[in-house]
Design a protein around this ligand. Sequence first.
Ligand SMILES: NC(=O)c1ccc[n+]([C@@H]2O[C@H](COP(=O)([O-])OP(=O)(O)OC[C@H]3O[C@@H](n4cnc5c(N)ncnc54)[C@H](OP(=O)(O)O)[C@@H]3O)[C@@H](O)[C@H]2O)c1
Length: 350
Amino acid sequence: MKAAIAGASGYSGEELVRLLLRHPRAELAAVTSRQYAGQSLARVFPKFGNDPRAKTLCFTEPDPELLAKTADVVFLALPHGVAAGYAAPLLHLGCQVIDLSADFRLKSPARYKEFYGKDHPAPDLLSKAVYGLPEARRAEIKNASLIASPGCYPTSILLPLLPLLKTGLIQSAGIIADSLSGLSGAGRKAELDYLFVECNESARPYGIPKHRHLSEIEEQLTLAADRPVVIQFSPHLIPLNRGILTTLYLAPAKPFQNESQMAAFGDQITRCFQAAYAGEPFVRLLEAPALPDTKNVAGTNVIEIAWRLDPRTGRLIVLSALDNITKGASGQAVQSMNILRGFAETDGLC
Ligand SMILES: NC(=O)c1ccc[n+]([C@@H]2O[C@H](COP(=O)([O-])OP(=O)(O)OC[C@H]3O[C@@H](n4cnc5c(N)ncnc54)[C@H](OP(=O)(O)O)[C@@H]3O)[C@@H](O)[C@H]2O)c1
């Protein structure tokens, strides 16, 4: 199977290159970048210099017809708003498309406009797209032609929350999510806010109270809970290259009044997470005293999840850690490709 990456010179594109060069069942057949067109992968990314394929494969201008001639599956690692313009012709030319941008993650063009500030560039395709969260939508991904790979913050919030909402163990109102993100989440671009001196020794919130990712988070939570879910979400930038740590503050559906009720609720939470994820290769459920740590997932497709009950506040606290570029973007997209093409889900990812 031949794969191509549009936008291979960005952070998620580079991670796709790393994963696809070593993939046992996929051949990396094309990579695009406007600024590096004509240069080899090995020249632009010296870290791949020992790979024979990286020495010969050169970046090309992003041209859907050329991509469709070269590849069966095309990954779009492009900015939102740009990706949709490539998805439509690629689908028309018979490719399977895995989009890492936000262009196809929402079902409603109006909601896209509300959060992304412009009309959706290809509204007709929204109903065709499958939200590519493998642990939640494996069967749909298998039959998709257009996969909308979830955002990094959404993955860190949805994987812990979906089973809890589906089983009705927590209240769907009043959910609070605090997330800390490394700087690669902002993309590989030169902007004042992301210069080393601005970010090093700094931790700062942004996008409060209405970050764009709320749109897909709330859409997916609403589907899981079968009622409208609105959450409070506070993202922060921290001086880390890659990684997201999320803390969720949740109210049990039935408040616990004493220690034995708390212990019984704790057993239900454990059973809920085990039922959802015990067999999942990329979800690591941590047992106390362990807590999630971005350094334990960096460069991997794994999300770590742990939880605690607070007897003083009556809250359930759930924590997760993932690599925003791998499980939060490119690793998850390759996981979806594996499902789509009938490969082992772990191919190229372990
Ligand atoms: N970074 C993350 O943690 C992360 C996580 C999940 C999802 N995502 C999503 O994945 C997508 C890519 O993110 P990224 O962080 O990898 O971005 P990035 O580092 O800024 O890279 C963007 C890529 O797109 C190309 N590009 C930019 N504008 C283009 C245009 N108008 N036409 C064609 N190519 C264009 C760039 O190459 P040239 O300029 O050389 O053409 C580059 O290869 C975004 O939609 C982002 O929201 C990112």
